[in-house]
Write a protein that binds this ligand. Structure first.
Ligand code: NAD
Length: 282
């Protein structure tokens, strides 16, 4: 048996095309503010990619670069100005922030209707309540889209999520629950991880430990979603041993080219969604 490769890159490309068409055909004005504090190299690359993706689909991006010594107040003032700027429909503050800035405080300062990362308490709360009209975090939204667009049934399936971070694991669990999966969350304190992962019909791995999941931990025929990203000399690797797991899974996301490209596509989708909702209110 050899797994179907779930091509996140191709799915993301078609979502971006749909977004572009909608923006063009309806003449939607859509603006995303991207805020970067400091000089973190990986963050700079992410911001550059997001800005490029915006311009490809017709979203106007506004980049704000603050020095790593910037005060928390300066950032709060910028967010306040962006909250009140009618040209801006989405605000993204690239994480992580320098340690002297309180991330929670910054996230909660963003108007929830412009919170295109979906990290604020109001949007997380709506997700918890099972609401669908919400700006949900991009990576788990991308996972759901990959499954749906690959015609993988979620309802009634046992989904095991490994990882409970606020940006991936936890929201992924609630989104799978919203899709009527039976959900188990495993994490760093879980005992005998293998006995849990091997029950999964759909296994979502967001741990950040290179090749943690091997074939002995996966049920034959399971769908495996690998969120992990590790830069190695051999290129990008995931949290799953792709070579051996792809021989027993029915479908699997590769790294690179799986969940990663979907995250940016979902950011663009959230920005369009926010723009449409804010326009309706005007
Ligand atoms: P995190 O460090 O915030 O959370 C990791 C989680 O894994 C924690 O909840 C922890 O309890 C759990 N964990 C740690 N060790 C474990 C173990 N041995 N067994 C079981 N669970 C364990 O990480 P994160 O932000 O959720 O990111 C996870 C991975 O996904 C990273 O590699 C990150 O780079 C990647 N990521 C990728 C994308 C993307 O777009 N593809 C987006 C976000 C994160």
């Amino acid at each position: 048996m050899s797994a179907v490769i779930l091509d996140g890159k191709a799915i993301a490309a078609s979502i971006r095309q749909e977004i572009k068409q909608e923006i063009e055909s309806k003449g939607i004005k859509c603006g995303l503010a991207v805020v970067l504090v400091g000089e973190d190299e990986a963050s700079k690359v992410y911001v550059k990619n997001k800005i490029k993706a915006c311009s490809d689909v017709g979203i106007k991006s506004y980049a704000y670069y603050l020095q790593k010594t910037a005060e928390e107040d300066e950032l709060l003032q910028l967010i306040d100005a962006l909250n009140n700027d009618s040209n801006i429909h989405g605000i993204l503050v690239q994480l992580p922030l320098p340690s002297h800035i309180n991330e929670k405080k910054i996230i909660s300062a963003i108007n929830p209707q412009k919170d295109v990362d979906g990290f604020c308490a109001e949007n997380m709360g709506k997700l918890f309540l099972g609401e669908t009209d919400v700006l949900a975090p991009c990576t788990p939204s991308g996972i759901i889209e990959i499954l749906k667009r690959s015609n993988i049934e979620i309802s009634g399936k046992h989904a095991v999520i490994v990882g409970r971070s606020n940006i991936v694991g936890k929201p992924a669990a609630f989104m799978m629950l919203r899709e009527n999966a039976t959900v188990t969350i495993a994490h760093s304190k879980t005992k005998d991880l293998k006995s849990i992962t091997s029950l999964a019909d759909i296994l979502i791995v967001a741990v950040g430990k290179q090749e943690l999941i091997d074939a002995s931990m996966v049920k034959k025929g399971a769908v495996v979603i690998d969120v992990g990203i590790h830069r190695t000399e051999q290129g990008l690797k995931g949290d799953v041993k792709f070579g051996e797991v792809s021989k027993i899974a029915s479908a699997i996301t590769p790294v690179p080219g799986g969940v990663g490209p979907m995250t940016i596509a979902m950011l663009l989708q959230n920005t369009l969604k926010a723009a449409k909702a804010l326009m309706e209110k005007q």
